[in-house]
Design a protein around this ligand. Structure first.
Ligand code: SF4
Ligand code: SF4
Length: 352
């Protein structure tokens, strides 16, 4: 970056941002910004829209280049960066000789890095510079210190938010001198079908084996087994080929708008570039089919089954929200219910 105001603190521009965000933010502050990337434009890891917005706002992007040298002045401040075109060999960039280019700069920001900077906090870091914590996000060796985020282990933003939430509870308990409550891991979902059934008084009876050896056995009428439940947690969004598209009216997607200024208007323009949906638009968008693959109680299967094999589950017998069930004594496997099901909910699995 160059052309920074002398009274600006460069760190105020850089802090907390990476690559695309750093460059866009610096342009708004009045800097001339060149962003270099190892990759071709179409291979850059940033979203295409972000790349286009940055260029639209006046960021110069040099693709397919790598830094090879930093020039410094007598005060040890960086004054220029030398970049060269590069070729990838086993994902490692190699400079192409004779392609070097010098870019003068007042500030050079390295926007990639997963190494902690713990200057002043050295006593809290392990040999790799990360902080070690217990399940309550208490620092393991520094009493009264709580930690969350990438300094424990580089991971997702949502992970850091979850850790921060637990750390906040822990800090509260610490100040109130309360015991720390045991808690489940952040990212583990516990589901227990029998517990859920017990909550709605639908728990199955105890199984009693028949004492009459000739009695016809089977579980379809037994109250000791769970009927009308299937675990669909592994199912994902249904592809359009599995939907009965004739059921759906075409609805255009409600897209968010953009207000990306031209390079000339970008300085001091801190307005949002992406315009969020209004409440009305958000409801309209959420009302479109999301291909979730779940039953939305349209009754098609009940109406079209030629055998009257599909029936609505009585409300007080419905387990985990299942709306329809099939009487397999009547079903002849004609497939009509699956064909007319708009959502792809009915799978003809023949028992496997
Ligand atoms: S396969 Fe045919 S008979 Fe069986 S439930 Fe579906 S529509 Fe009815
Ligand atoms: S299973 Fe399919 S066809 Fe049957 S009610 Fe649900 S969405 Fe409609």
């Amino acid at each position: 970056m160059s052309n920074l105001n002398t009274q600006d603190q460069p760190e105020a521009i850089v802090h907390g941002y990476v690559a695309q965000d750093v460059s866009e933010q610096a342009v708004k502050e009045g800097a001339d910004v060149t962003l270099t990337s190892l990759f071709k434009k179409e291979e850059m890891t940033a979203a295409e829209q972000e790349v286009n917005d940055a260029m639209h706002e006046g960021v110069t992007i040099l693709n397919g280049v790598m830094p090879v040298k930093i020039e410094k002045d007598d005060n040890n401040r960086a004054t220029a960066i030398i970049v060269a075109e590069c070729e990838m060999e086993d994902n490692v960039p190699k400079p192409v000789k004779g392609t070097e280019k010098r870019i003068e700069a007042d500030l050079i920001v390295s926007a990639i890095g997963q190494t902690p900077d713990i200057d002043g906090l050295e006593d809290m870091g392990n040999e790799k510079g990360f902080f070690e914590v217990d399940n309550f996000y208490r620092h393991k060796t520094k009493e009264g210190h709580f930690v969350a985020g990438d300094i424990i282990r580089p991971h997702l933003l949502t992970t850091a938010i979850g850790q921060g939430s637990i750390a906040a509870d822990s800090i509260k308990s610490y100040f109130e001198n309360n015991d720390f409550k045991r808690r489940p891991k952040v990212d583990v979902h516990h589901f227990n079908l029998l517990e859920k059934l017990r909550e709605t008084d639908l728990n199955p009876d105890e199984y009693k084996a028949s004492e009459a050896p000739d009695e016809l056995r089977g579980s379809d009428q037994s109250t000791a087994v769970v009927h009308n439940f299937e675990d669909r947690s592994a199912h994902e969004v249904i592809p359009s080929t599995e939907l009965f598209l004739g059921h759906f009216k075409h609805e255009d997607r409600v897209k968010r708008g953009e207000a990306v200024p031209q390079g000339d208007d970008v300085i001091d323009n801190f307005e949002d570039r992406i315009i969020g949906l209004t409440e009305e638009e958000a409801i309209k968008e959420a009302s479109r089919c999301m291909s979730c693959g779940m039953c939305f109680e349209c009754d098609n299967c009940v109406i079209y089954c030629p055998q009257d094999a599909v029936f609505r589950v009585k409300k007080d017998k419905s387990t985990m929200g299942r709306y329809v069930d099939t009487d397999y004594d009547k079903c002849i496997g004609c497939h009509i219910c699956a064909d007319v099901c708009p959502t792809g909910y009915i799978k003809m699995g023949l028992g496997e």
